[in-house]
Design a protein around this ligand. Sequence first.
Ligand SMILES: C[S@@+](CC[C@H](N)C(=O)[O-])C[C@H]1O[C@@H](n2cnc3c(N)ncnc32)[C@H](O)[C@@H]1O
Length: 548
Amino acid sequence: MQASIHERSPTPDRPGKRPRLEKEGESIGADSLGASHLDSIDIENALTVTASAQQKPKQSKKKTRKIKHVAIEPYSSDDVLYHDIIALLKKERKEPEDEWDSPVPIGTEIELTVSELSSTGDSLSILPAPYRPWTVAVPFALPGERIRARVFRHARLVSYADLVGVESPSDELRDMSLVKCQYFGKCAGCQYQMMSYEDQLKFKKKVVDKAYENFSELLPELVPSALPTIASPKNYGYRTKITPHFDVPPKRRKTGENADKPWDVRIGFGEKGRRAVLDIEECPIATEVLNEALGPIREDVKRRFDTYKKGATLLLRDSLVRPKPDEVEAGSEAMESLTEGFEKHVCITDYHALIRERVGDFLFEYPAGSFFQNNNSVLEPLTAYVREAVLATETLPTHLVDAYCGSGLFSITLSPHFSRVAGVEISKESIEYAKHNAKLNKIPEDKCTFHAGKAEAIFDSVKDFPAAQTVIVVDPPRKGCDLAFLNQLISFGPAAVVYVSCNVHTQARDVGIILKETENKYKLESLRGFDLFPQTAHVESVAILRKL
Ligand SMILES: C[S@@+](CC[C@H](N)C(=O)[O-])C[C@H]1O[C@@H](n2cnc3c(N)ncnc32)[C@H](O)[C@@H]1O
């Protein structure tokens, strides 16, 4: 379908207008998956052609400015998007062109046909002729749709634009009756509520496949196609932790301007494409107890708003009610009888209070402010998948190394199948709780050991582990593994590596390093996405590597 372009004057100044444009490579809002904002247009209404679309297009007076060349940080969402763009423009770009010179000015309103969903969750469209090959990233739009969008910033080979309207929605992919959140289309948190859950899972499989194509530097024949994404048992009401925040306007506080008027208190999440907080009264992807608690917590902040000198982040975390510490001893039978069948959930707001979760038959406790996976409903399938993968060999492994172990999720859930388990984690507090959790689950002290330190330090403590019977589970933060760790892992030479990651792009890089550095002594046996974050563009990826 031939796309047409309507160019408009830049949006005039208006209350709440977009603040300064961010520097290149810097993302805005709570979400770093590109940037966009749906102005005052509700996404449901955006499905009908608005009057402004039929007005005579005006040429923007703003000159196209050359964008400053700023290095894109490798494996950042800008880099991931850039790789998608290069693949998309492959056919269009006959000669190398200036990648930093946008052909459309800021403020231009364009009509586009969406080519694809990028790995970052924004849609990507190619500017139609006579423009030279250039893309436009627009949120909340789907492949095949004809949309109108207003450009608000440029980056390398891409202009970011707000979705102004969907002229012809995708019959195949868009179903607005599925949207459960009144803030969808404005909040930076969710990208996919208008799609069926099956389609979300299919897109996430593509993200895993593309990540290995673009970032592993492996020959295609060494990379299996990703297996279908495993669904989250809950796709709404699953988030066990939310962190709404609020700002206190500094200028007003300084000058006392409007001091007699009530505060405009906004407590919520980042607004898509703005450095602003969107006032949020409920979040349908969060669990029920968190939503029940959110109202009173918001009221309390509003009541005391005068007392805040600066903004703050609130913590709401779902926890099972735990027995009082003086009632029972950790690991005792009394503790078990108190907790068995007693699954009342509460909302915890104190960063230092203990959270209690159940994963299958195991109990976990950890301080509310520390790391734990945020979707409890998918943790049993995830840990079961890892368990089945490590045990799917003729010679059963006997030893497990859990690198980046947090408070012991994989060590503890996999421990019944190993004679020795060693976990390593940089946070001393998490290690303390990994030890506590081993005790809570009655795992003998000499079976599971936990070490506080950098992941690579573990190899000094597992010199007596037989490499041929050892499996290493690796679950690093978004930036992936340090080279020091990968080098040690390679020299140790475990029987299998299970690499779990919330950033499939750094995972692809690290898996590529392991395969290349060992000259293919390992086989990338399988790749599979797990949906820990339904309604969003994020995917958790599990790669299984087996020594040949
Ligand atoms: C994605 S979390 C995984 C935690 C755990 N596997 C779980 O699922 O609960 C990554 C963990 O790596 C830890 N970490 C970050 N850098 C590290 C490093 N260089 N060495 C060891 N642990 C590190 C963080 O503190 C965090 O607990």
